[in-house]
Design a binder for this molecule. Structure first.
Ligand SMILES: *[C@@H]1O[C@H](CO)[C@@H](O)[C@H](O)[C@H]1NC(C)=O
Ligand SMILES: *[C@@H]1O[C@H](CO)[C@@H](O)[C@H](O)[C@H]1NC(C)=O
Length: 111
């Protein structure tokens, strides 16, 4: 599925993950990240903690994760931020990572 998102230039876009969490999994067992259409990482919450190693410089300091709504806020929108984004959630198990959720959005930036 693909969500259509609109937000204004120089303002903030909400990139939803729409994770229902029907099994009530704790953030401490999940890896939650957003990437753009070039697979550049905007934000990563690794076992409950923000991790910056993989965040691309163009997104550094521009995002905030809302753990109540599972939404990523992207601040200070530029025209070139328009495009496709993915939220991906992995469950980290002793045996490895299992992808349990993915949400795609298409962001338009309004001038
Ligand atoms: C962007 O927003 C900031 C404050 O929110 C404002 O000071 C600045 O002038 C804005 N820049 C543009 C190009 O609109
Ligand atoms: C979900 O888990 C948390 C602790 O991780 C617990 O406090 C809460 O009651 C649980 N909610 C449901 C609906 O099971």
């Amino acid at each position: 599925s693909m969500l259509k998102i609109q937000a204004y230039f120089n303002e903030t876009a909400d990139l939803p993950c729409q994770f229902a969490n029907s099994q009530n999994q704790s953030l401490s067992e999940l890896v939650v990240f957003w990437q753009d259409q070039e697979n550049l990482v905007l934000n990563e919450v690794y076992l409950g903690k923000e991790k910056f190693d993989s965040v691309h410089s163009k997104y550094m300091g521009r995002t905030s994760f809302d753990s109540d709504s599972w939404t990523l806020r992207l601040h200070n929108l530029q025209i070139k931020d328009k495009g496709l984004y993915q939220c991906i959630i992995h469950h980290k198990k002793p045996t490895g990572m299992i992808r349990i959720h993915q949400m795609n959005s298409e962001l338009s930036v309004l001038a």
